[in-house]
Design a protein around this ligand. Structure first.
Ligand SMILES: O=C(O)CCC(=O)C(=O)O
Ligand SMILES: [Fe+2]
Length: 218
Protein backbone atom coordinates (compact mmCIF):
# COMPACT_ATOMS: atom_id res chain seq x y z
CA UNK A 1 0.00 0.00 0.00
CA UNK A 2 1.26 3.49 -0.81
CA UNK A 3 2.32 5.37 2.35
CA UNK A 4 0.29 8.46 3.29
CA UNK A 5 3.40 10.59 3.00
CA UNK A 6 5.47 9.67 -0.02
CA UNK A 7 8.92 10.78 1.15
CA UNK A 8 11.63 11.62 -1.36
CA UNK A 9 15.14 10.15 -0.94
CA UNK A 10 17.04 11.01 2.24
CA UNK A 11 17.63 14.68 2.27
CA UNK A 12 21.16 15.98 1.57
CA UNK A 13 22.84 18.99 3.09
CA UNK A 14 23.07 20.71 -0.29
CA UNK A 15 19.26 20.54 -0.64
CA UNK A 16 18.90 23.05 2.20
CA UNK A 17 19.49 26.78 2.12
CA UNK A 18 19.89 28.95 5.19
CA UNK A 19 17.15 31.55 5.70
CA UNK A 20 18.31 32.81 9.09
CA UNK A 21 20.51 31.39 11.87
CA UNK A 22 18.83 28.10 12.79
CA UNK A 23 16.23 28.25 9.98
CA UNK A 24 16.58 26.36 6.68
CA UNK A 25 14.46 25.73 3.59
CA UNK A 26 14.27 22.98 0.97
CA UNK A 27 11.82 22.07 -1.81
CA UNK A 28 11.66 18.26 -1.76
CA UNK A 29 8.01 17.80 -2.73
CA UNK A 30 6.29 18.49 -6.02
CA UNK A 31 2.98 20.35 -6.09
CA UNK A 32 1.36 17.07 -7.18
CA UNK A 33 2.66 15.31 -4.06
CA UNK A 34 1.31 18.10 -1.89
CA UNK A 35 -2.08 17.93 -3.58
CA UNK A 36 -2.10 14.18 -3.09
CA UNK A 37 -1.37 14.48 0.63
CA UNK A 38 -3.90 17.27 1.00
CA UNK A 39 -6.53 15.24 -0.83
CA UNK A 40 -5.97 12.40 1.64
CA UNK A 41 -6.20 14.81 4.54
CA UNK A 42 -9.40 16.32 3.21
CA UNK A 43 -10.81 12.86 2.55
CA UNK A 44 -10.19 12.13 6.22
CA UNK A 45 -7.59 9.43 5.68
CA UNK A 46 -4.60 11.19 7.14
CA UNK A 47 -6.31 13.11 9.89
CA UNK A 48 -9.15 11.76 11.90
CA UNK A 49 -11.78 14.46 11.93
CA UNK A 50 -13.33 13.40 15.23
CA UNK A 51 -12.50 14.92 17.58
CA UNK A 52 -11.22 18.01 15.80
CA UNK A 53 -8.71 19.41 18.20
CA UNK A 54 -7.09 22.80 17.98
CA UNK A 55 -3.55 22.21 16.69
CA UNK A 56 -2.13 24.37 19.48
CA UNK A 57 -3.30 27.15 21.75
CA UNK A 58 -2.58 29.80 19.08
CA UNK A 59 -4.90 28.37 16.41
CA UNK A 60 -8.68 28.17 16.23
CA UNK A 61 -8.61 26.38 12.87
CA UNK A 62 -6.70 23.40 11.52
CA UNK A 63 -6.37 20.02 13.17
CA UNK A 64 -4.09 17.62 14.98
CA UNK A 65 -2.73 14.58 13.14
CA UNK A 66 -4.04 11.54 14.88
CA UNK A 67 -3.80 9.02 12.11
CA UNK A 68 -1.51 6.24 13.31
CA UNK A 69 0.23 5.67 9.99
CA UNK A 70 0.98 9.31 9.25
CA UNK A 71 2.05 9.93 12.89
CA UNK A 72 4.46 6.99 12.72
CA UNK A 73 5.89 8.21 9.41
CA UNK A 74 6.40 11.73 10.73
CA UNK A 75 7.95 10.41 13.96
CA UNK A 76 10.56 8.48 11.91
CA UNK A 77 11.73 11.43 9.80
CA UNK A 78 14.58 12.54 12.14
CA UNK A 79 16.01 9.00 11.91
CA UNK A 80 15.38 8.55 8.20
CA UNK A 81 14.78 11.41 5.80
CA UNK A 82 16.47 13.97 8.09
CA UNK A 83 19.08 11.72 9.69
CA UNK A 84 22.09 13.36 8.05
CA UNK A 85 20.87 16.93 7.93
CA UNK A 86 19.66 17.47 11.51
CA UNK A 87 23.12 17.03 13.12
CA UNK A 88 24.75 19.00 10.29
CA UNK A 89 22.32 21.93 10.32
CA UNK A 90 21.94 22.05 14.11
CA UNK A 91 25.38 21.17 15.53
CA UNK A 92 24.53 22.65 18.96
CA UNK A 93 21.69 20.15 19.52
CA UNK A 94 22.57 17.47 22.05
CA UNK A 95 22.42 13.97 20.61
CA UNK A 96 19.61 11.71 21.57
CA UNK A 97 16.25 10.57 20.41
CA UNK A 98 13.35 12.73 19.42
CA UNK A 99 11.00 10.82 21.69
CA UNK A 100 8.02 13.11 21.37
CA UNK A 101 6.36 14.95 18.53
CA UNK A 102 3.24 16.98 17.93
CA UNK A 103 1.94 17.07 14.34
CA UNK A 104 -0.82 19.37 13.14
CA UNK A 105 -2.17 21.20 10.14
CA UNK A 106 -2.70 24.95 10.14
CA UNK A 107 -5.21 26.71 7.96
CA UNK A 108 -5.26 30.38 6.94
CA UNK A 109 -7.99 31.93 4.83
CA UNK A 110 -11.09 34.05 4.78
CA UNK A 111 -12.98 31.73 7.15
CA UNK A 112 -9.91 30.58 9.05
CA UNK A 113 -6.81 32.03 10.71
CA UNK A 114 -5.81 35.43 9.32
CA UNK A 115 -2.38 35.78 10.93
CA UNK A 116 -0.29 34.41 13.78
CA UNK A 117 1.34 36.42 16.55
CA UNK A 118 5.05 36.34 17.39
CA UNK A 119 5.98 33.20 19.34
CA UNK A 120 8.46 30.40 19.85
CA UNK A 121 7.39 26.77 19.45
CA UNK A 122 7.15 24.16 22.20
CA UNK A 123 9.73 22.14 20.28
CA UNK A 124 13.45 21.74 19.81
CA UNK A 125 13.13 21.41 16.03
CA UNK A 126 10.09 22.33 13.92
CA UNK A 127 9.32 20.92 10.47
CA UNK A 128 6.90 23.00 8.41
CA UNK A 129 5.61 21.63 5.06
CA UNK A 130 3.53 23.87 2.80
CA UNK A 131 0.74 21.86 1.16
CA UNK A 132 -1.21 24.65 -0.46
CA UNK A 133 -0.75 28.38 -0.85
CA UNK A 134 -2.55 30.84 -3.06
CA UNK A 135 -2.69 33.46 -0.34
CA UNK A 136 -1.76 37.07 -0.63
CA UNK A 137 0.23 37.74 2.51
CA UNK A 138 0.59 34.94 5.06
CA UNK A 139 4.40 34.92 4.92
CA UNK A 140 6.34 33.49 7.85
CA UNK A 141 8.78 35.95 9.42
CA UNK A 142 11.75 35.01 11.60
CA UNK A 143 12.93 37.58 14.13
CA UNK A 144 15.90 35.76 15.69
CA UNK A 145 16.64 32.87 18.06
CA UNK A 146 16.31 33.63 21.77
CA UNK A 147 16.35 31.59 24.96
CA UNK A 148 13.47 31.60 27.46
CA UNK A 149 14.89 34.61 29.33
CA UNK A 150 15.23 36.78 26.22
CA UNK A 151 12.20 35.73 24.21
CA UNK A 152 10.61 39.20 24.51
CA UNK A 153 13.69 41.16 23.49
CA UNK A 154 13.35 43.38 20.37
CA UNK A 155 13.55 41.59 17.00
CA UNK A 156 16.86 41.14 15.18
CA UNK A 157 17.72 44.00 12.87
CA UNK A 158 17.08 41.82 9.82
CA UNK A 159 13.71 40.10 9.91
CA UNK A 160 13.67 37.20 7.45
CA UNK A 161 10.42 36.77 5.57
CA UNK A 162 9.55 33.63 3.61
CA UNK A 163 6.66 33.24 1.20
CA UNK A 164 5.71 29.57 0.99
CA UNK A 165 5.37 27.73 -2.31
CA UNK A 166 3.52 24.39 -2.12
CA UNK A 167 6.18 21.71 -1.54
CA UNK A 168 8.44 23.99 0.52
CA UNK A 169 9.77 22.55 3.73
CA UNK A 170 11.24 24.64 6.52
CA UNK A 171 13.28 23.21 9.34
CA UNK A 172 14.04 25.54 12.25
CA UNK A 173 14.99 25.55 15.89
CA UNK A 174 11.94 25.89 18.13
CA UNK A 175 13.38 29.01 19.75
CA UNK A 176 13.70 30.91 16.44
CA UNK A 177 10.94 33.50 17.05
CA UNK A 178 8.44 33.80 14.23
CA UNK A 179 5.07 35.20 13.24
CA UNK A 180 2.77 35.03 10.21
CA UNK A 181 1.86 38.23 8.31
CA UNK A 182 -1.82 39.09 7.86
CA UNK A 183 -3.57 37.44 4.92
CA UNK A 184 -5.18 39.73 2.35
CA UNK A 185 -6.91 36.89 0.46
CA UNK A 186 -6.56 33.29 -0.66
CA UNK A 187 -5.73 30.29 1.48
CA UNK A 188 -2.69 28.52 2.94
CA UNK A 189 -2.48 25.05 4.52
CA UNK A 190 0.72 23.72 6.13
CA UNK A 191 1.56 20.51 7.94
CA UNK A 192 3.79 21.09 10.98
CA UNK A 193 5.66 18.78 13.31
CA UNK A 194 7.17 19.90 16.61
CA UNK A 195 9.98 17.46 17.45
CA UNK A 196 11.19 17.20 21.04
CA UNK A 197 14.28 15.50 22.37
CA UNK A 198 13.41 12.81 24.86
CA UNK A 199 15.73 13.97 27.62
CA UNK A 200 15.41 17.77 27.29
CA UNK A 201 12.86 20.26 28.58
CA UNK A 202 11.30 22.27 25.77
CA UNK A 203 10.83 25.65 27.45
CA UNK A 204 14.05 27.02 25.88
CA UNK A 205 15.85 27.32 29.23
CA UNK A 206 18.50 24.74 28.18
CA UNK A 207 22.16 25.82 28.13
CA UNK A 208 22.52 24.80 24.46
CA UNK A 209 19.53 26.99 23.59
CA UNK A 210 21.25 29.87 25.41
CA UNK A 211 24.34 29.18 23.29
CA UNK A 212 22.39 30.19 20.15
CA UNK A 213 20.46 33.05 21.79
CA UNK A 214 21.61 36.27 20.11
CA UNK A 215 21.17 38.26 23.35
CA UNK A 216 23.12 35.75 25.52
CA UNK A 217 25.98 35.70 23.05
CA UNK A 218 26.03 39.48 22.37
O1 LIG B 1 1.78 29.08 9.54
C1 LIG B 1 2.92 28.71 9.63
O2 LIG B 1 3.61 28.45 8.64
C2 LIG B 1 3.57 28.57 10.98
C3 LIG B 1 2.65 28.14 12.07
C4 LIG B 1 3.33 28.17 13.39
O3 LIG B 1 4.34 28.79 13.54
C5 LIG B 1 2.81 27.41 14.53
O4 LIG B 1 1.68 26.91 14.48
O5 LIG B 1 3.55 27.28 15.53
FE1 LIG C 1 5.30 28.32 15.34
Amino acid sequence: MKPVLDMPNPSRLEDWRCLAPGAFAARPFSSAQCQDLLAQIVAGKAFSSVPREQPNSMHNYGMVVNNTELSAQLACLPDTWLATVIPALFPHLPGGRFGDQHAFMVLYGEDAERELALHVDASHITLNICLENDAQGGEINFTGARCARHVNEPPDRTIVSHRFEPGDVLLHVGNQRHHVSPLRGGRRRNLLVWYRLETEVFDHSNSWVQSICATCSA
